[in-house]
Write a protein that binds this ligand. Sequence first.
Ligand code: SAH
Ligand code: MG
Length: 219
Amino acid sequence: MDQTLQPQLASELLAKQELIRATKGFMPPDEGAALAAALKGCDVSMDLPAVEIGSYTGLSTIYLGTAAQLQGRLLLSVDHHHGSQENQAGWEYHDPSLIDPVSGKMDTLYLFRRAMELAGLDDTVIIVVANSQSFAATFCTEIGFLFIDGGHGHDQAYSDYDSWVPKLAESGVLAIHDVFADPSLGGQAPYHLYQRSLGEGFQEIGAQGSLRVMRKGSA
Ligand code: SAH
Ligand code: MG
């Protein structure tokens, strides 16, 4: 991937450094910058929104939203905000401070909303509080860009792919996070989705850490 971020994108991200550092999440800065650059470089019609599956508290959304805002594209960020299996108590990526004391469930929505406000992205990011599959079933618009970073278990990840990838326009861009060829480094579902996309006519156009970026079709 071309690591030279467009100057405007680089300076916008630099201005958000403090917020990025203070936001909980699972997006290393080099991968976040590559994700933002991938969206900024996506030249499919700006009328077609970008979609993120897996908002959590907004770390990846700050990167994507900054790029989308510069493009004049809308970004829908989808999450039920109750956490994935690996975020629940007893699992590796659990953060007890994210439990709502009343419901006893994880709740990342208020932190996500706050992060979008602080990032100045309210005009760009549409917060969708929903199960990814239910929302996909009612969403009938083509999309220009798709970032899959929701539930990482096999069934959940495959169902995100099945629900959302068919909505990508020709030449649209698909980004997948947590792609690890080596099972000792992480779960294999995102890696399998990545391989599947290559077998279905996607061309790899970028990689950074565990992020993979593919374009639909040969263009
Ligand atoms: N992109 C974030 C991390 C996302 S963690 C970052 O880089 O920081 C994965 C998120 O997917 C969790 O917040 C979880 O609530 C959400 N998620 C898991 N399964 C989901 C589903 N079926 N529908 C909607 N959101 C889901
Ligand atoms: Mg991730």
